[in-house]
Design a protein around this ligand. Sequence first.
Ligand code: NAD
Ligand code: UFG
Length: 333
Amino acid sequence: MNILVTGGTGYIGSHTVVELINAGHNVEILDNLFNSKIEVLDIIEELTGVKPKFHQVDLLDRPAMEKVFEGSNFDAVIHFAGLKAVGESVEQPLKYYDNNVAGTVNLLNAMQNHGVKKIVFSSSATVYGDPGVVSYTEDLPTGQNIPSPYGKTKYMIEEILKDVAFADPEFSVTLLRYFNPVGAHRSGKLGENPNGRPNNLMPIVMKVATGEIEKLSIYGNDYDTKDGTCIRDYIHVVDLAKGHLAAIDHIKNGVSIYNLGSGKGTSVLEMVAAFEKASGRPLPYVFAERRAGDLPEFFANPKKAADELGWKTELTIDDAMADTLRYLDGLSA
Ligand code: NAD
Ligand code: UFG
């Protein structure tokens, strides 16, 4: 297929582009480089032998978006582009509604104007809010008690996509609800290196390992969990990337929804221990106050993706840590 990947120079997007090209798809990337670097294109070429066509375009720039579609013949769009800093979204909600929601509406208008009717969207487990269970299935209600404007943008975009699919029976939407992506490409050449101060666990762990941040603050050690710290479903980014390949291969008219997670919960302390084991060095940390909005525990029930997409995770937390360390070595070389 000819696939436009928005956000394709970003962390999850770049890994997905590699898998798509390796599977024989023809990929073009659209990104404004707000949170990624142009050099990623060279790395994709190094890993696949193909340098994808690149459009440095902002989703909010409607005329430029139209031009991208005018010159191409896309069969489908995989839509990663968006802002994702949960804390920042609480402080600057309009920035998030504008970039993520209005940006997606622009994308959908351009798709509609050019007869492109297939989209795979990067959603998040945060759309489930606080559902009162720890193992999430796709049929749980969404939209209630979502703790941040960022999370609400994901819910709103899901609803917009459902409406578009309802209005046009030939439209195909796949909503992929990610759990916690971690790790890097096995080559150590692609990984997560966000511009600015990170807020997710693994990018912070990486900066503690390099000494850029003195210590990891573990948010809360008095939760009702096996060791008192929060439990999440960490998924290797290459497994996640392959989930997109499976989604594109199985895309069908209407709306399909899949959790992409491993089905296993891992605590923050277990993540620290796995990093220490892989690096052979202690990782300095302190226990700090709970972070507002954090749930004690949740993980995916990934059965639907296994049954319908034939996809499940293959890589482990130890793989993720080893790959992250290879990527870190490359960054400091
Ligand atoms: P990322 O920041 O590495 O990648 C996003 C890319 O989108 C960046 O390259 C950025 O420059 C680009 N972008 C942002 N706004 C844009 C705009 N207006 N126009 C054009 N490009 C724009 O993030 P990621 O971790 O790869 O996440 C990809 C998607 O997955 C996002 O939509 C994110 O919300 C979603 N997601 C991520 C996680 C996670 O923990 N990483 C979890 C659930 C969902
Ligand atoms: N954590 C720390 N210290 C830190 C950073 C994180 O202890 O410095 C802990 C958090 O409290 C949490 C765990 O590490 O228990 C994971 O935190 P992240 O910020 O990495 O991830 P979240 O689970 O909070 O959020 C992720 C994605 C969001 C998504 C959400 C729900 O980043 O995009 O999952 O799916 F919305």
